[in-house]
Design a protein around this ligand. Structure first.
Ligand SMILES: Cc1ncc(C[n+]2csc(CCOP(=O)(O)OP(=O)(O)O)c2C)c(N)n1
Length: 381
């Protein structure tokens, strides 16, 4: 058995100081040590997939990261691990528990995952390192794990068995509840819904050059790329629903403005992200929800967004600015005002589903998109 402090000190010595995750009773000592350590930052996520995306955003803003969760949540993490970390070669340290370890009494829901945890980590391309059981093993284990992450831009993983870390207490201050802001309306109600492409073009000059712009999965990224391929752009080719979580991780670790271009389908897939954004409340995050009512990228199947007031959701989650914007002029006005006030801010704009002819596809490899984005945020920071 080791102490949480040993593990944490060794991780910090290797440069890992940004942690995010979802609790597991096996993880309690380590997670509580991370939460209470003033030298580390912990973001509690609503799902393990969100945690992986937040960590990716943290790495894009220059941090070394770790994600911690129960192996039940490995299933939730597989999508971003395979379609975000893998293509973009974004490293992180995965610390997962081993509920359902064969031969150890546990609940039925953990039996299957307990059998396949290591295989699943191998399948997603993580390099596994033995969880250290003695104090003197901790520093070399962390050093090897981080060397692999840095060298290969890859995933390193520890599977933490039951009782591997001595228990510790948690003294966490209660989170302050943010005052709810009133939802604002911009533009005239009858204004025609613009094409997303035209809207992106109109908003482009409002976004500071130094900002980072993260476009959601599907046509949004392709439209942004077609408008102008800039180092400040990150095109999420996969990890649907993860753009806002990547944005959160980046915003918390950068002084730059971070703008997320989200879709209604993607936002609804990971609606919990908005609760985390509202709670963490980065002042430099703008969440633009470009709502065409459809999964347009996959052939136009309807989402349920017609029924959803995203600005009201944002306000209820603690965003500091929440707006519904109508038409091109309304959107321009709302975004200009949003960028001038402390965030997080959400602007919901209904856009048309009219197709864009000759839409390009990012020609820069995701690996290079990620590295130039990271350099862009670091430039002069
Ligand atoms: C986890 C996951 N499920 C499904 C898909 C397939 N997919 C790619 S884009 C997309 C639609 C996204 O809808 P929305 O966010 O509203 O953006 P739009 O397509 O309208 O631009 C879907 C379903 C995917 N990439 N990942």
């Amino acid at each position: 058995m080791i102490e949480a402090r040993d593990f944490l000190d060794a991780a910090r010595a290797q440069g890992i100081d940004f942690f995010t995750g979802v609790p597991c009773s096996f993880l309690t000592p380590l997670m509580n040590a991370v939460i209470t350590d003033p030298a580390t930052r912990y973001v509690g996520a609503t799902s393990e997939g969100e945690a992986v995306a937040i960590a990716a955003g943290g790495w894009l803003a220059g941090r070394e990261t770790a994600v911690m969760f129960q192996n039940s949540g490995l299933g939730n993490a597989v999508n971003p691990l395979t379609s975000l970390n893998y293509p973009f070669e974004i490293p992180t340290l995965v610390i997962t528990t081993w509920r359902g370890e064969p031969g150890i009494k546990d609940e039925p829901q953990h039996e299957m995952m307990g059998r396949i945890t290591q295989d699943l980590l191998d399948l997603v391309g993580a390099r596994r390192f033995d969880f250290p059981t003695e104090r003197e093993q901790v520093a070399p284990a962390l050093a090897a794990a981080v060397a692999h992450m840095r060298g290969a831009g890859g995933l390193s993983a520890f599977v933490q068995p039951k009782g591997a870390i001595a228990s510790g207490l948690l003294e966490e201050a209660a989170r302050e509840v943010a005052p709810r802001v009133a939802v604002r309306d911009f533009g005239s109600p009858g204004a025609p819904a613009p094409r997303r492409f035209d809207l992106l073009e109109a908003l482009q000059p409002l976004v500071p050059e130094s900002a980072g712009v993260i476009a959601t999965t599907g046509h949004t990224g392709r439209e942004l790329f077609t408008l102008a391929d800039l180092p400040r752009n990150l095109y999420c080719v996969g990890s649907m629903g993860g753009a806002s979580a990547i944005g959160l991780g980046a915003a918390l670790n950068s002084s730059r403005e971070i703008v997320v271009l989200d879709g209604d389908g993607a936002a609804l897939m990971k609606l919990g992200n908005m609760a985390t954004i509202g709670a963490e409340a980065p002042g430099n995050l703008t969440h633009l929800l470009l709502d065409n009512g459809l999964h347009l990228s996959t052939g136009g199947q309807a989402t349920v967004s017609a029924n959803v007031d995203f600005a009201a959701v944002a306000s209820a989650c603690g965003y500091r600015f929440a707006a519904r914007a109508n038409g091109l002029d309304g959107a321009r006005e709302a975004v200009a005002e949003a960028l001038g006030v402390p965030g997080p801010r959400l602007v919901h704009v209904r856009v048309s589903a009219e197709p864009v002819e000759g839409l390009g596809r990012p020609t820069v490899k995701p690996r290079d998109v990620a590295r130039r984005f990271r350099e862009h945020l670091a430039d002069g920071a």
